[in-house]
Design a protein around this ligand. Structure first.
Ligand SMILES: Nc1ncnc2c1ncn2[C@@H]1O[C@H](COP(=O)(O)OP(=O)(O)OP(=O)(O)O)[C@@H](O)[C@H]1O
Length: 308
């Protein structure tokens, strides 16, 4: 099984306002480890940097600094070639992530073939049927020939999950996987993810605005605010005993996951001056200062990316 370590991750975006150019630090020295069989939730409001973390892990964005290292059970690093098989994403919008012109079978058969998990037509057919059964899209022979528009949002997201499993995923990055689905079916999809995780011993990063599901479906929670992890620790500890003023705000407000725009922290004095420069770690029971990035030894080797 694969462990994924994120160390001192930094991502800057160039921004331009009028004639002035500057950089926006979307992710600021973020570190955490995803281990087999465990879920880490990354919570925070819109714009806190959660998706940027996901995109750099998925290699859709290049980090400005820090490193991301995937390591196999025997301690050897996962090579570039294998990385895309091991680390898979499930995106927020199941409609945008599926090609409307292709059947469900095509969406699943392609990764099975591409990653050498099915060699003949018969193996592919069986592989597709098994994947559909694992995500409760049955009968498989009825589902396989359909196109995405012939499925509900929840069913489409199940296809997206099956597609993530097809190449033999060991690490799954689920970026707001249910926030675009009807409230009534969200729990079903999250329960499915949890079951697949147990069956395949997956390491999962669950990105969400929603503290309640983060607590229920995760072992650990990282709270992000303006690109920083401001609080981290076991899920119950973070939710029941929040120490950072930003987490306290989040916990009290139970923000509407669909709300965009104004941040909870916008009101004056919402975050204490002291807390702007520090975060709280429940595993050590202590505060850490932001200008000293967390330094944890890495298990595996990996390319060092220059820090900005
Ligand atoms: N390609 C980009 N170019 C410039 N700025 C970007 C880019 N992508 C993200 N950002 C900025 O980086 C910050 C973090 O964005 P990110 O999408 O990671 O936040 P988020 O917490 O995932 O929010 P949401 O839940 O709304 O997706 C935001 O200020 C955003 O505007």
């Amino acid at each position: 099984m694969t462990t994924l370590e994120v160390r001192d991750l930094v991502k800057d975006y160039p921004i331009r306002s009028g004639l002035r150019r500057s950089t926006l630090r979307a992710v600021n020295h973020v570190s955490f480890t995803l281990t087999p069989g465990r879920t880490v939730a990354l919570v925070g409001e819109s714009g806190s940097g959660k998706s940027t973390v996901a995109k750099t892990i998925a290699r859709l964005e290049k980090p400005t600094g820090g490193r991301i290292v995937a390591t196999k059970e025997d301690g050897t690093p996962v090579r570039d070639r294998e990385y895309r098989d091991h680390v898979q994403m499930v995106f927020q919008d199941p409609f945008a992530s599926l090609n409307p012109f292709h059947t469900i079978e095509h969406h699943l058969a392609r990764p099975l073939r591409l990653h050498g998990r099915a060699r003949s037509a018969e193996e592919t057919r069986r592989g597709v049927a098994q994947l559909l059964e694992r995500v409760n899209l049955t009968p498989a022979e009825d589902m396989a020939p359909r196109r995405p528009h012939e499925l509900s949002g929840g069913q489409r997201q199940r296809v997206a999950i099956a597609r993530a499993l097809a190449p033999g995923a060991q690490v799954v990055i689920a970026d707001e996987p249910v926030s675009m689905l009807d409230v009534s079916i969200r729990l079903g999809v999250l329960n499915l993810l949890a079951r697949l995780q147990r069956e395949d011993n997956l390491a999962v990063l669950y990105i969400t605005h929603d503290l309640a599901t983060a607590r229920h479906f995760s072992d650990d929670i990282l709270v992000m605010y303006r690109g920083r992890v401001v609080e981290r620790g076991p899920a119950d500890e973070v939710i029941l005993n929040p120490r950072h003023s930003y987490t306290q705000l989040l916990a009290k407000a139970a923000p509407n996951p669909d709300e965009r725009g104004r941040s909870l922290a916008d009101s004056p004095g919402a975050i204490t001056r002291e807390d702007l420069g520090r975060g709280f770690d429940h595993t050590t029971g202590s505060w850490y200062e932001f200008d000293r990035p967390v330094s944890v030894p890495l298990q595996g080797a990996g390319p060092e990316v220059a820090r900005s």
